[in-house]
Design a binder for this molecule. Structure first.
Ligand code: HEM
Length: 509
């Protein structure tokens, strides 16, 4: 054996030894962390709630986990429960919500468990960071989103998507009884096109008449779904080990993120080559003026895609489901819009006209009270604390506020709290009157309140008006309540199959 092959053999043996050492270390570390995790979670808690959770016996009575939590929170005298096996305090008490989102905001960051789950997809984007990095992005994004020019750009994007794609698509199936359309899918395509154009200046064309498959949309969907699934594994160690070994869902997640990154990098490169020029109104072009780090730019913009896509689609889907059950609300929206826009107006409503439609605003708020797109949201206590209702919270505990349950608490909304009644948001003079945001934290509230709220409302109003004024939307199975798929945003399992008809003359006009 010559000296060359001897040293290559030696090198291989060292490599194998190092690999085995690494695997053994990873195994011992994993077992150790798993034991600590189990120890902290109190897996042996046998209280009724934990037993029902662990045995899944709640599924006998409730279709959705959020409905079971609502039931428990309504029964709790303080509106707060503790799911010991999950180390999770869940609250529907507005005083507690204000405490965590405003008064003691500093003690309730998103925390490491959350940022680890979404970290590979969102990186250092606003949605996924705390502290100085969050403050910097928040300030910059608030300035941009508050500007008149970006609001006008957002309106332009939405208007063009409605007129050139959404209305033609629905018209193409109008009156054809055999054509059932999944309205949830249509709204997801619509909001993905809109948020991509707004954030990147890029048009994925998901809502073109042929409803094409967009590789980018598919990769983004897969990346957000698989990231959310991490939160459902019995222990974070499970996905961490799969990620280390690059197997199963973690392998698919890595591939999906690679695709999202490749596209984002390409868009950023092209924009850098073009240089700052007139007509680049999208968020990315605006952020590029102040930020040189391309990776950071990608992270910021991807956070916006996640924040603004599924939320709007989810709200619109529940809105049309609720209208199908409450045609009198649809008729009242028509009457109001006929009054403000004129009965024969064909185009979209202007900003000014939308501002005058108080009933429409009330109907959207009422819809999101019963079906908030973000059903619950968690923070992690940085230090020991006591909530205003007396609940003690230990450092590291996950504390969740639950907008879905809060919207269904009779003690907050009165005995008809489960009814879809937009007029509860109107004064006697028919003027929209907002609620205390800690009682209605649909857009979160306090220091970290949603930055896209106004934009989302304009988008939703534009779509609602365009469809309600032109079409009758018939939901195929409107009698069964929605069943939700697990994920970051409320999504109806199986979609929302509808048939589209011309607007019937009988209602108004
Ligand atoms: C109906 C539509 C929407 C709802 C219900 C909604 C709700 C929320 C909620 C609950 C949060 C807090 C999430 C958390 O911290 O874990 C949030 C944050 C945020 N939303 Fe929205 N959102 C909507 C639409 C939008 C749109 C269209 C945009 C973008 C243009 C947007 C941008 C953001 C951003 C950037 C944040 C992070 C704010 C921060 O961390 O400081 N949202 N939103």
């Amino acid at each position: 054996m010559d000296s060359g092959s001897t040293s290559s053999c030696l090198f291989q043996s060292v490599q194998i030894a190092l690999f085995l050492l690494f695997i053994s270390f990873a195994f011992v570390f994993s077992v150790f962390s798993f034991l600590i995790y189990i120890f902290r979670l109190k897996p042996l808690c046998d209280c009724d709630v934990c037993t029902a959770y662990l045995s899944s016996s709640w599924t006998k009575e409730f279709d959705n986990l959020c409905d079971w939590y609502t039931h428990l929170l309504r029964k709790s005298p303080t509106g707060t429960i503790h799911v010991h096996v999950l180390g999770n305090v869940v609250t529907a008490n507005p005083a507690n919500v204000e405490h965590m989102l405003r008064t003691r905001f500093d003690n309730y960051p998103k925390g490491k468990p959350f940022s680890a789950i979404l970290g590979d997809l969102l990186g250092r984007g606003i949605f996924n960071v705390d502290g100085e990095s969050w403050k910097f992005q928040r300030k910059m994004a608030s300035l941009e989103l508050g500007s008149v020019s970006i609001r006008a750009y957002a309106f332009e994007v939405v208007a063009s998507e409605i007129e050139s794609r959404l209305v033609p698509l629905l018209s193409s199936v109008c009156g054809k009884d055999d054509r059932v359309l999944d309205l949830q899918d249509v709204f997801r395509r619509f909001s993905f096109d809109s948020i991509c154009k707004f954030s990147f200046g890029l048009d994925p064309g998901c809502l073109k008449l042929s409803l094409p498959v967009s590789e980018f949309a598919e990769a983004f969907d897969a990346a957000s779904r698989l990231s959310a699934e991490r939160a459902m594994s019995p222990s974070p160690l499970v996905w961490r080990i799969k990620r280390l070994l690059n197997i199963g869902s973690e392998r698919r997640l890595r591939e999906a993120i690679k695709m999202v990154n490749a596209l984002a990098d390409e868009v950023i490169k092209q924009k850098r080559e073009m240089g700052p020029s007139e007509g680049h109104n999208d968020l990315l072009s605006r952020f590029m003026i102040n930020i040189d780090d391309d990776r950071y730019l990608r992270d910021i913009v991807v956070s916006f895609l996640l924040a603004g896509r599924d939320t709007v689609a989810s709200a619109l889907t529940s809105f049309f489901w609720l209208l199908s059950q409450n045609p009198e609300v649809r008729d009242a929206i028509r009457e109001e819009s006929d009054r403000v826009m004129g009965p024969t107006a064909d185009g979209l409503a202007s900003f000014e006209q939308m501002r005058k439609m108080h009933y429409l605003q009330a109907a959207l708020y009422e819809c999101m009270r019963l079906y908030p797109p973000v059903q619950f949201d968690s923070k992690f206590a940085q230090d020991d604390d006591v909530l205003p209702d007396g609940k003690k919270v230990k450092k590291g505990t996950r504390v969740t506020y639950h907008p879905y349950a809060m919207g269904r608490m009779e003690r907050l909304w009165g005995p008809d709290g489960l009814k879809f009644r937009p007029s509860r948001w109107l004064t006697r003079d028919g003027v929209f009157s907002p609620e205390n945001p800690y009682k209605y934290p649909v857009f979160q509230a306090g220091v970290r309140v949603c930055l896209g709220k106004e934009m989302a409302l304009v988008e939703m109003k534009s779509v609602a008006l365009a469809l309600v004024r032109r079409f009758d939307v018939h939901v195929a199975d409107s009698h069964r309540g929605p069943r939700f798929a697990p994920g970051l945003t409320a999504t109806i399992r199986g979609g929302l199959p509808v048939a589209i008809k011309e607007r019937s003359v009988s209602s108004t006009r």
